[in-house]
Design a protein around this ligand. Sequence first.
Ligand SMILES: [Zn+2]
Length: 259
Amino acid sequence: MKPRTLLLVFASIVSACAVGMAMAVKSAFPEADSERVVIAPDIVGVNTGHAMAYLIRAHDEVILIDAGDDPAGRALLTELARQGQSAHAVRHILITHGHSDHVAAIPQFPDATTHVADADHQLLRGDRLPLAALPRLLGHLHPQQTFPAHVEPTLPGALLTFGGRTFEVIATPGHTPGACMYRLGKLLFSGDSLERRGDELGPAPVLTSDDPRMAIRALERLRDMPFVGVADGHTGYTPDGRVRFERWLTAHPTPDARQ
Ligand SMILES: [Zn+2]
């Protein structure tokens, strides 16, 4: 084969790989329904780029669920301004897991305490990369380190009360070792551990999780949880999240079917 032909073949393979990779990333990280979702008058979700983050007003302070994928925190700061608040109103950031697309804007909130499981603290600081293929690839392409000013470790089953709002920590390791959800009354903030796929709510795709089997086993503990709506880390708010989760359980009745 002539060198020029070889080069063309090589270029075709590289571009096919790039397109394939882009499609894999797109299907692994589904798009948000909308740029802003009002779940309740004091609970708003914003699309930070490719991940959702949620603001909860509690008296004169604001609690965030995750900090999104934009290091400048533009969508979050815009939403705070819309509510007549500044970055200083954010006192607590509850992290669902340490992937870089959920923690990037933490430094924009200097008065906040960041609550993250010990097992994900290194991930958040960029001291280690995820094991899962796609987040690992993104970590290589866009190395990122996040250093929160104040950190508190979240503990499984803990009840965290801020400004009169109580969040239950539900440990769901698997997507990352320290992945967890936060339940506020009947509303479940699920991060990437439970997300919408068509008519169902199920685990994140295999290529995005460190230990996909463990992630699926962790969902068992949701059976007895009194939740109705789910606010996830990418698609947004699903008012009938419980119904869709049970639909997923029915469609995958045995542990083997859930792989
Ligand atoms: Zn993730």
